[in-house]
Design a protein around this ligand. Structure first.
Ligand code: FAD
Length: 423
């Protein structure tokens, strides 16, 4: 195969239609195929080769992130499949990377003010003025060949290699002197895997805000080495002074209950773009699946940003929602309805038409879906419908350990793997 990433190289037009350039669609089946394909390379080969960005036909990384980010394929499935083929020591690096995602989510869950500030600051740029150099940077006209090529790759494919994301963010902040929030927003609007926690906190990490005082400086020699000489930009910043910010409020604790709310008589399930795999979600809640009188799916990619979100992201999420709808049956074996959006009026109309008194949703971690659900809850309650959230075991077990840096969290990974996968 030409690499899972080729499967994901898609572009959508304004209507969100997907053009398949010889690549698979954003479905769970395609995600499971990509996982199957990658598993043999998840051991020592991944540990050795993962930092190189070979260009678009990459085979050294999995390309699974758009699937995992939408939970078309779950972290549990990825780790379990890899550990069926490799021992944990052999696949340690890969498993740790999957847990980076979990770590970032758990950390942001305990520090939601970071997300609120980021949202406010991006909003301020959207309604105010944009800094000099921003338009050239997003149009690929910085004159730094690597940056200009990467911005085109980001826009055209909805993906960048991890190392390239680090170089990009570093050059954006320290060479171009642009605000990190606008760089994070650019990524978030274009990455098919765009994720509130992984994206925002990785940008903060590069800028020296996440690990206070510790920055990431991109150098021409490192870029040349890991791009096999494809790029060797000149004129890059030679120092990276950490940005600073107002101190954060004390960390918030994570709720201990996995099910928040009480199920009534007529229960519907509403999936959203944070979690599009109902079977494993419901398997953790015995009794719930048999009670679902209706199911629905909705996503709102535009809520990622006040700036325009890419057609590729919109197209990916629209197709992923359709795929989830086909797989998510109610007790009468009807597939899920696709709702146009998650506006309270739309969800209420669906709840009323199905006579629901309870709408169950997968727990949405800090981010746009969380914000939407926060607005939905009181609107449903006013009409006598309770919004109940169900959190996965994976998140419940791991998030509490994401209270400090990644290194103490990493120590917990073997025990978490044993607890969550039985390995
Ligand atoms: C500035 C910056 C922004 C980023 N924004 C995002 C984002 O919006 N969404 C996102 O999913 N990842 C983000 N990452 C992390 C990482 O770059 C991508 O997850 C990875 O490149 C996805 O490619 P892959 O699936 O081939 O990864 P692989 O190397 O094959 O890793 C397997 C899986 O582990 C997870 N993963 C790997 N590395 C990381 C990491 N450093 N942090 C968190 N999870 C990781 C992903 O789910 C990935 O699919 C960002 C990193 C940086 C430096």
């Amino acid at each position: 195969m030409a690499g899972a990433l080729c499967r994901l190289t898609i572009a959508g037009d304004v209507g969100g239609r997907l053009h398949d350039r010889g690549v698979s669609l954003p479905t769970r089946a395609a995600g499971l195929d990509a996982l199957d394909d990658f598993v043999p390379r998840a051991g020592s080969a991944y540990a050795r080769e993962r930092n190189a960005d070979q260009g678009e036909a990459r085979t050294n990384v999995s390309g699974l992130s758009p699937y995992v980010r939408h939970r078309l394929v779950t972290e549990h499935e990825v780790v379990a499949a890899v550990l069926e083929r490799h021992s944990l020591p052999a696949a340690e690096k890969f498993v740790q990377e999957v847990f980076w995602r979990t770590y970032w989510k758990g950390w942001l869950e305990q520090n939601p003010e970071v997300w609120r500030r980021y949202r406010r600051e991006v909003d301020e740029y959207a309604t105010g003025s944009l800094p000099t150099g921003f338009d050239d940077a997003v149009a690929g006209r910085t004159g730094i060949d690597a940056m200009d090529a990467w911005v085109r790759e980001l826009v055209e494919t909805g993906y960048l290699h991890n190392h390239t994301r680090m170089w990009f963010a570093s050059i954006w902040v320290f060479t171009l002197g642009l605000p990190w929030q606008l760089g994070a927003d650019l990524f978030y609007r274009h990455l098919l895997d765009g994720d509130a926690a992984s994206n925002t906190l990785s940008w903060r990490w590069v800028a020296g805000l996440q690990t206070a005082g510790k920055t990431y400086l991109a150098t021409a020699s490192n870029i040349a080495r890991y791009t096999d000489g494809r790029f060797s930009p000149s004129g890059l910043a030679t120092t990276a002074r950490a940005l600073s910010e107002e101190p954060l409020p004390p960390r918030e604790s994570i709720p201990t209950d996995d099910v928040i709310g009480t199920l009534g008589e007529r229960v519907g399930l509403l999936l959203h773009e944070e979690d599009l795999e109902s079977r494993s979600l419901l398997a953790e809640q015995p009794g719930l699946a048999g009670r679902l009188v209706a199911t629905a799916v909705a996503a709102d990619p535009m809520s990622r940003s006040p700036f325009p979100v890419s057609d590729a992201v919109a197209g990916f999420e629209a197709a992923a929602v359709d795929d989830a709808a086909e797989r998510t049956l109610d007790a009468g074996r009807r597939p899920a309805q696709v709702l146009a959006d998650t506006m309270p009026s739309t969800v209420l109309r669906w709840a009323e038409s199905e006579g629901l008194d309870t709408v169950v949703v997968p727990y949405a971690p800090v981010g746009p879906v969380h914000e939407r659900l926060a607005a939905l809850r009181p609107a449903l309650a006013a009409e006598g419908v309770e919004l109940v959230t169900v959190r996965r075991r994976w998140d419940a077990a791991a998030w509490p350990y994401a209270s400090r840096g990644f290194f103490p969290f990493r120590e917990r990974i073997p025990a978490l793997v044993r607890e969550l996968t039985g390995d």
